[in-house]
Design a protein around this ligand. Structure first.
Ligand code: ZN
Ligand code: ZN
Length: 248
């Protein structure tokens, strides 16, 4: 697979491996890009946002795996405001995942939840909506899909949502519905593992199984791409930022 852009380390407060461990598994599972995306600071137990602003000191390549600097920001209200502002330190963050989490926002009903997500799509560096598959926060999926199309945002297919240990409700049914709407309205998706321990990094087996059951077209899912051009377009990343000035 090309990438896994939603992964956590011990820095998030409820995950169990280090960045080095995750990079190691990214290599074992043959990813080209590992995105590390701790929870932003309003998630209890996670790091302060200064952690993200300092990620510029990290090198880009680790034994053949390229590291992308992400954040999983918390949507804090129904106007889509986040607890992380990527425009505060330009160049520090490659992408933001915006997600609804129980510790930060309550279910406001379909209309408010949907509005929260659509407004969050406009915030700095938001490129992915995390786990829009959870009936703890029921959504108008058609509205979400249409907004993602208009704003060039990737909706996440979250492998952890399909786990039997997941706290999310009706994820499988919701993912199927999103995929069908994606086909109808012509949008692309990104698969992420949402790994909270190293051996989950780059393991998309539950999602791939579902896609195969549905006989879903793989070209709608950017992880199957041979190169990073489509991914970088969504993330609005210039190749030079990752490979240096001399890259082609
Ligand atoms: Zn999350
Ligand atoms: Zn997460």
């Amino acid at each position: 697979m090309l990438c896994d852009l939603h992964t956590h380390t011990i820095i998030s407060g409820h995950a169990y491996s280090s960045l080095k461990d995750n990079l190691n598994y990214a290599k074992i599972n043959k990813l080209k890009f590992l995105g590390t995306s701790e929870h932003a600071e309003m998630m209890p137990g996670s790091c302060k946002n200064s952690y993200f602003y300092n990620m510029r000191i990290l090198k880009r390549e680790f034994d053949g795996v390229y590291l992308l600097r992400g954040v999983e920001a918390n949507i804090m209200d129904y106007n889509g405001n986040l607890d992380f502002d990527a425009s505060r330190v330009p160049g520090a963050t490659d992408y933001v995942i915006a997600s609804l989490h129980g510790a930060c926002i309550k279910d406001g009903g379909v209309k408010n939840n949907t509005n929260a997500i659509i407004k969050a799509m406009d915030k700095a560096k938001v490129a992915i909506i995390g786990h829009p598959d959870d009936d703890n926060y029921p959504l108008d999926k058609k509205e979400i899909v249409l907004a993602a199309k208009e704003k060039n945002i990737l909706l996440e297919l979250n492998n952890s949502s399909l786990s039997e240990n997941s706290f999310r409700i009706n994820a499988r049914e919701n993912i199927i519905e999103l995929l069908e709407l994606g086909e109808k309205y012509d949008i692309n998706f990104i698969m992420n593992t949402d790994a909270h321990v190293e051996y989950q990094v780059g393991n998309f087996s539950s999602m791939v199984e579902l896609l195969e059951e549905m006989d879903y077209p793989k070209d709608r899912i950017i992880n199957f791409d041979k190169d990073e051009s489509r991914l970088f377009k969504y993330l609005n990343i210039d190749k030079k930022e990752i490979y240096g000035e001399n890259s082609i």
